[in-house]
Design a protein around this ligand. Sequence first.
Ligand code: THU
Length: 128
Amino acid sequence: MLPEDLMQVARVAAGHASAPYSRFPVGAAVETTDGQIFPGCNIESATYGLTVCAERVAIFSAIAAGARPIRIAVICVQGDPAQPNSLMPCGACRQVMLDQMGPDATVYVHGVGEFTVDDLMPHGFRLP
Ligand code: THU
């Protein structure tokens, strides 16, 4: 799928976000090497700490469906973020990207650019 089309999947997913506390809806989408697409959105909890980011929801959906390897992830937010860094994946999601996608996979961040997982998570932890 073209990155713009994958971005559109993420945009639709952002519309499904459950973000009543932050009011910051995020959408993500991942594509496997054989072209399967999985959307994700952030899902917040009244306990705050149980909130899960859009990126991890998308990655975990793909894993749960038995779909891998994942080669591309895209991230967007609904509406205009105040600054580009509010589109960048958090540290926890970067570790999960490294775990599940590997260092060479591509991450497109809407309006910011294209990265490898290794760009986002250099010197990341991996089990020996
Ligand atoms: N969030 C994501 O979904 N992805 C990110 O990369 C960073 C933050 C969510 C978590 C929370 O629901 C809201 O954005 C504000 O932090």
